[in-house]
Design a binder for this molecule. Structure first.
Ligand code: HEM
Length: 397
């Protein structure tokens, strides 16, 4: 029996996943309310699920029946109409429209700003000779980057963060359902005001581009726009914080690699891929549903059951990766699944890689003597299902 949500499990889930891959690659967790949640841990099976959006869907089969309620009455409908929770053809349409706005040019343009933000965050703490890397650097950096990219004024940072946290991690903050609804309403009202402003007077930002995005007369409607912006805001920072936090923890436990990078920064992109593989920010994918009854490794999965693929397990499957539990910064064959696969492959992967490279380069340049200020075994990890990340990471120099 694996308690997938306990702090102890989260501290080091990898031996448990290795055991599951060998003994029970399709593992059934029975939720307290009786539902069957299937965890898929082997690389090959994870690929199968992520590529098969006919049998594994983002909308449960009971919601697809004619006349079923799709959630239109709920306030959350205003924030849930996003592509991560859509199947084709809706997904195809939403992804096409957002791709018009979320372009490689817009991402590349951000490089100098990401560098400035990273440098300012270091300047703020430099003379203290220590920091909590999560609170002082890894969290504020991607928050500021995605806010500037979207065109949300920094003065609204605390409000927007409070609203979005209420949507994605109410448990983490002990937020009631009533409060959560209030936050969603406030967030939607705020965004709608901004859409009206940008429609009248476009700026060079992602919100203006999303408002203007159009293909063959098709546009994003109000609920789709707020859902898209909320999705980009959340995915834009909840993941990168963990790439930086988990990644720096690995690097500081390998001081020779850290020192070597100072002389060979051209190796940074490959190192980042290996960090994404060895301890990536997304532990399990978002939920998929079995659309039909099916059998996998002898286990009978029923139509309507929940299916989750464990990306951090697939990325350590020794059927695919040699010395899978070892951090090998020069690894040549590295087809990791940290950004998912198939139609929901991470839209923000190029931005995440860029932020990771610039952030780590800034640390290597300005704090070459960085070390951990605690024992790794004393660190605490968040206990949510999807993200894998540290609560704090004290470091000094
Ligand atoms: C290292 C950082 C990141 C990691 C590891 C990551 C990982 C992922 C994964 C695994 C998925 C697929 C989830 C699933 O299939 O259930 C995904 C989807 C997505 N990611 Fe990321 N992500 C990162 C950063 C970002 C950033 C910076 C953005 C953008 C601002 C972003 C935007 C998205 C979007 C919009 C989707 C949904 C795509 C779709 O449904 O078609 N991500 N990401």
């Amino acid at each position: 029996m694996h308690d997938l949500f306990s702090p102890r499990f989260k501290a080091n889930p990898f031996p448990h996943y290795a055991h599951l891959r060998e003994t029970e690659p399709v593992y059934c967790h029975v939720a307290p309310y009786g539902a069957h949640i299937w965890y898929i841990t082997r690389y090959e099976d994870v690929v199968t699920v992520l590529k098969d959006n006919e049998r594994f869907t983002k909308i449960p089969p009971y919601q697809k029946r004619p006349g079923s309620q799709t959630g239109g009455v709920s306030v959350f409908h205003m924030i849930n109409r996003n592509m991560l929770f859509a199947d084709p053809p809706d997904h195809t349409r939403l992804r096409r429209l957002v791709s018009q706005a979320f372009t490689p040019r817009r991402i590349e343009q951000l490089s100098p700003r990401i560098g400035n933000i990273a440098q300012t965050l270091i300047d703020n703490v430099y003379t203290n000779k220590k920091m909590d890397f999560i609170a002082d650097f890894a969290f504020p950096l991607p928050v500021q980057v995605i806010m500037e990219m979207l065109g949300i004024p920094l003065a609204d940072r605390e409000d927007v963060l409070a609203w979005s946290q209420a949507i994605i991690a109410p448990g983490r903050h002990g937020i009631t359902l009533k409060k959560r609804k209030q936050h969603v309403r406030a967030f939607v009202a705020y965004l709608e005001k901004m859409f009206t402003l940008r429609a009248k007077q476009p700026e060079d930002d992602l919100i203006s581009a999303l408002v203007a995005a159009e293909e063959g007369g098709d546009r994003l409607n109000a609920a789709e726009l707020s859902s898209m912006v909320a999705l980009l805001f959340v995915t834009g920072h909840e993941t990168v914080v963990n790439l930086l936090g988990n990644g720096l923890l690995v690097l500081l436990q390998h001081p020779r690699v850290w020192n070597n990078l100072q002389h060979n920064p051209q190796q940074l992109p490959a190192v980042i891929e290996e960090l994404l593989r060895i301890d990536g920010p997304v532990e399990t994918s978002t939920t998929r549903w079995a659309a039909v009854d099916l059998t996998l490794h002898g286990r009978k999965i029923k139509a309507g059951d929940t299916v989750r693929v464990v990306l951090t397990s697939a990325n350590r499957d020794d059927r695919v990766f040699e010395a899978a539990d070892q951090f090998l910064p020069q690894r040549e064959h590295n087809p990791h699944l940290a950004f998912g696969l198939g139609i929901h492959y991470c839209l923000g992967a190029p931005l995440a890689r860029l932020e990771g490279r610039i952030a780590l380069q800034t640390l290597l340049d300005t704090l070459p003597d960085l070390t951990l200020a605690v024992q790794p075994s004393d660190l605490e990890w968040h206990t949510g299902v999807i993200f894998r990340g540290l609560k704090t990471l004290p470091v000094r120099w």
